[in-house]
Design a protein. Structure first.
Length: 437
């Protein structure tokens, strides 16, 4: 990987793309530290210091925003509205025939879906921004902080509208920065901004573990966490690269005097076909009951049960529910994102077949069988990786700032592998052996 980056800096146009991407990343990180108008920054810092161990229900969104959510900056919502909008559009593509037709139209249809994603991102940013302002004004953003209700001193409608508009504009700016990296940088703009947001919290989280440690001044805990992180990265790289290659052969066709086809290829079915989306879905779904209890202030029996069992990450009910939801959403996402019947029909249309399997319906059944077989280990792997922070809570005795969580590791490794592949592909286009050596 380091060799690829070194060679990229030696190539003039790639060097410009890398430096341009680094410049956009610096602008993005500066925006995550610009305070929101109408917010008492001193009180925010006081509550952030007290809530360092537990960021409550907003931990996932805070991670994707690079810590900007709990700081209530102009980029407080970060890239999360865009991620949510992209997932919603991807799910609706299976349900709405119009979106499915646009997806099949190629580049023009993809551009139209991207435009819909932008509109939905702005709408979600307005909704989430309003919710964040209401949460901060009620003091629920930092439960237990004495000055939590004084974070927004001015409660006028004008101040509220100004804050919501500022956060929405910040989300639109983040979306634009990601698209600029995709167009003029090294590509994968949104993924790179997500990578930077998550990686930016690693140094402070690791140092917090060292400061809270008791063995050899905290260095043993610090080294253990680093060792566990390296093992997890190796495991994630191994599984993310693993795939089941289904062989496909194309029959020869004579058109005039020319022969077409007769080639052999394969369909790559990844073990982790769903990526990190099941973990995000499961986390979001588990947050909903606790969020309802927090805003309703109910003292009923169901509310007490939710507080006791579904808000603590080390509770057995929470662990089991989290694991089962990840497994369910892994199968759910694979079922809606990969259509074996469509793949079988396309293969039959172009004269392709799987050796030993008849074309048409038997091929679709075989692909479904293989996909279900490899989704089981992929979903169990996702569940185990996602439970690493929970195990850290139990082993290290309440260290809730464990940085090498399942979601963060999956995203960082996935984006890192994809970025390196893109750089290597661009290097191969520019560095090739000529006729004369």
């Amino acid at each position: 990987m380091l060799t690829a980056f070194a060679q990229a800096f030696k190539t003039p146009d790639l060097r410009k793309k890398l430096l341009f991407t680094l410049g956009i990343i610096v602008l993005y990180r500066l925006g995550t530290h610009v305070p929101m108008p109408g917010v008492n920054y001193k009180n925010v810092q006081t509550c952030v210091d007290q809530a360092q161990q537990n960021s409550g229900l907003f931990g996932l969104v805070n991670m994707f925003s690079g810590g900007a959510l709990l700081q209530i900056t102009i980029f407080a919502l970060g890239i999360m509205p865009y991620i949510t909008a992209s997932i919603i559009l991807q799910l609706l593509t299976v349900v709405i025939p119009r979106l499915e037709a646009l997806k099949k139209e190629g580049q023009a249809g993809t551009a139209k879906i991207t435009q819909y994603t932008r509109y939905l991102t702005v709408a979600l940013a307005i909704l989430q921004g309003t919710g964040l302002v209401a949460t901060a004004r009620s003091g629920a953003l930092f439960s237990g902080c004495q000055v939590a209700t004084e974070i927004i001193p001015n409660r006028s409608i004008f101040t509220t509208i100004t804050m919501v508009v500022t956060m929405t504009a910040g989300t639109a700016c983040v979306m634009w920065l990601g698209e600029v990296i995709t167009d003029r940088g090294i590509g994968n703009g949104m993924s790179i901004l997500m990578f930077i947001s998550i990686a930016s919290s690693f140094p402070s989280s690791l140092w917090a573990i060292k400061k809270q440690g008791h063995l050899a001044g905290g260095w043993i805990e610090f080294g253990t966490v680093l060792l566990v992180g390296l093992v997890m990265v190796g495991l994630v790289v191994f599984v993310e690269q693993a795939q089941r290659r289904v062989p496909v052969q194309y029959a020869k066709r004579m058109i005039g005097r020319r022969s077409y086809g007769g080639t052999s290829t394969y369909i790559p079915l990844k073990v982790n076909q769903a990526g990190v989306i099941p973990v995000i879905f499961a986390s979001s779904l588990l947050y909903i009951p606790a969020l309802i209890v927090q805003f309703s202030n109910s003292t009923a029996g169901w509310a007490t049960w939710v507080k006791d069992n579904l808000t603590k990450g080390d509770h057995p009910y929470y662990i089991v529910s989290y694991f089962l939801l990840i497994v369910f959403f892994a199968f759910f996402y694979v079922a809606i994102s990969f259509n074996p019947e469509e793949v079988a029909d396309n293969m039959k249309k172009y004269g392709g077949f799987i050796p030993g399997i008849r074309a048409g319906r038997p091929t679709a059944e075989y692909l479904s069988y293989v996909l279900n077989r490899i989704t089981w280990p992929g979903s169990l792997y996702l569940g185990l990786i996602a439970l690493v922070p929970t195990m850290a809570l139990i082993i290290f005795g309440g260290v809730q700032s464990f940085p090498l969580g399942g979601t963060s590791i999956l995203i960082i490794v996935g984006v890192g592998l994809e970025t390196v592949k893109q750089i290597e592909s661009q290097l191969q286009q520019r560095n090739y052996e000529g006729f004369l050596r």
